[in-house]
Design a protein around this ligand. Structure first.
Ligand SMILES: [Zn+2]
Length: 318
């Protein structure tokens, strides 16, 4: 796509209707997939995810300095064991999205996730930027990532989250071709939905994410930039508590995206522990991996369970 000096698509105001409509319709949110009651009669689903990116964050941009890599290593060395310990204490399953390079650097960690009853899912090869890749490269890297995690753990992942939630024009086709059951990279809703491509339902379940429910925007900073956005962990906990309370009221999903190298620091893990305490004080909470949540969403899609009122889609796209 041609771009101007600011990297913006050039002269979009000249596009004919079929051009802008084509872009909008390419990947769209279809039916909202929320059951009347979650498994076990629960009224809310809680789906925690951790992106075990570690060293791939600097590597992705060609950053090779030991200083930058050490910040990623912290996630594997200090963050991840603490998180596994916390989840075990609360009896909460989670989904770990892990770039293949991260899993190859830390194979025991990748195996520990599945051994402890969590889900391991695909998160690119080296946290690459899909929008910078041609279709063949993106497909090759995604397929290699899937094969790598399968070989390391003996289990084929069913889910995928694109690195940095970067979704290219080819991403959806590649996911369908490689047989993924769900994606967790898009932001069109609070609740799971079916992805619709050019007006056609795909059967692929989306478990939506959002930067609001991600630790990185609150806690990461650019050393040489002007922004110093370090937030007080308890302020962030308050935002996430409000998100959970509303999901509980709606009978929907509370989903979080965290990173061992970000949330795994001592002062921040306090906020996650307090949030888990808040959630645990509510009756009727179903803790699910993203794969389990996608299974339940698919039951709604295929009419194997009754859709709840939270499944009423305001602007239903057929
Ligand atoms: Zn990531």
């Amino acid at each position: 796509m041609p771009t101007d000096d600011f990297g913006l698509p050039s002269e979009s105001w000249r596009w004919p209707e079929h051009t802008w409509r084509g872009h909008v319709d390419a990947v769209r949110a279809g039916r909202r997939l929320v059951p009347d009651r979650w498994p076990g009669g629960a009224r809310v689903a809680v789906a925690l995810s951790f992106d075990a990116d570690h060293e791939t964050i600097p590597l992705r941009d060609g950053g090779t300095s030991p200083g930058l890599l050490a910040q990623g290593e912290y996630g594997a060395r200090a963050g991840s064991p603490r998180i596994l310990d916390l989840l075990a204490r609360y009896g909460v399953p989670a989904t770990f999205f892990m770039p293949a390079v991260s899993a190859l650097v830390h194979p025991e960690e990748a195996r520990a996730y599945t051994r402890d009853g969590h889900e391991l899912a695909v998160h690119g090869w080296i946290h690459e930027r899909n929008m910078l890749l041609g279709r063949d490269d993106e497909r090759d890297l995604t397929a290699r990532a899937l094969d790598t995690l399968t070989t390391l753990t003996g289990r084929r992942p069913v889910g995928i989250r694109t690195p940095s939630w970067d979704f290219s024009d080819s991403t959806l086709d590649i996911m369908i071709e490689l047989g993924f059951a769900y994606d967790s990279s898009l932001m069109a809703d609070d609740e799971p939905y079916e992805i619709v491509a050019d007006g056609r339902p795909t059967g692929l379940v989306e478990i939506p994410v959002d930067w609001i429910r991600d630790d990185a925007p609150y806690f990461t900073m650019d050393r040489y930039g002007s922004a110093r956005p370090h937030s007080r962990p308890r302020d962030v906990r308050e935002i996430w508590t409000d998100e959970f309370d509303a999901a509980y009221r709606d009978g929907g999903v509370f989903q979080l995206t965290l990173h061992p190298h970000v949330i795994g620091h001592r002062s921040r893990l306090v906020a996650l522990r307090e949030l888990l305490d808040h959630i645990a004080a509510h009756p009727g909470v179903w803790y699910a991996t993203h794969a389990q949540l996608a299974d339940t969403a698919r039951d709604v899609l295929h009419g194997r369970t009754t859709a709840g009122s939270a499944a009423d889609t305001p602007e239903h796209t057929p």
